[in-house]
Design a protein around this ligand. Structure first.
Ligand code: SF4
Ligand code: SF4
Length: 153
């Protein structure tokens, strides 16, 4: 599959590279900040990232809200496929505290847990081969698209 096809079919759209996460809530004076479970916080961050991507689709790509929603649905569908095929768990860089997969996909973004680099088995992954990816260490260096975008400034 050609690289362009991957980005189209995997949902790795030009504007799917956002890593900015929201999710911080202001506390009322006198109230202790409520603790959130890791899963709840991750869900909030994921939602915020999706919101950011949709916003960019509309503002930068000129999509209507309906078109952006359709694109987001495609992103969602393909992210699941990438995660299913991902072999990150077999990688020496992957850590037991991490549960995320598919870091090469823009909707996943880099890991919030993994910081070290002890080797990358991405080139052995079926996603990497089928999608003709070029980079690696997506968990620490961001998605394929982001790394490619960084090369051209
Ligand atoms: S290329 Fe790497 S990050 Fe992407 S799915 Fe495969 S192992 Fe996971
Ligand atoms: S993205 Fe690469 S370096 Fe990171 S855990 Fe997956 S295979 Fe290992």
């Amino acid at each position: 599959m050609k690289r362009r096809d991957f980005f189209e079919k995997s949902g790795c759209g030009l504007f799917g590279l956002m890593l900015a996460f929201f999710g911080l809530t202001a506390c009322k004076k006198g109230e202790a900040p409520a603790e959130e479970s890791t899963a709840a916080q991750a869900a909030k961050e994921e939602m915020s990232q999706k919101d950011m991507i949709k916003k960019l689709l509309m503002e930068k790509k000129g999509l209507s809200a309906e078109e952006a929603d359709a694109q987001m649905a495609e992103f969602e569908e393909k992210v699941s496929m990438v995660k299913t095929m991902c072999i990150c768990r077999t990688c020496p860089t992957y850590v037991s505290e991490e549960s995320e997969l598919g870091f090469c996909h823009p909707l996943v973004g880099k890991s919030k847990v993994i910081t070290g680099e002890k080797g990358c088995v991405c080139p052995n992954c079926p996603v990497y081969k089928q999608m003709s990816l070029k980079n690696g260490y997506y968990c620490t260096r961001k998605s394929e698209m982001e790394q490619e975008m960084a090369k051209i400034g």
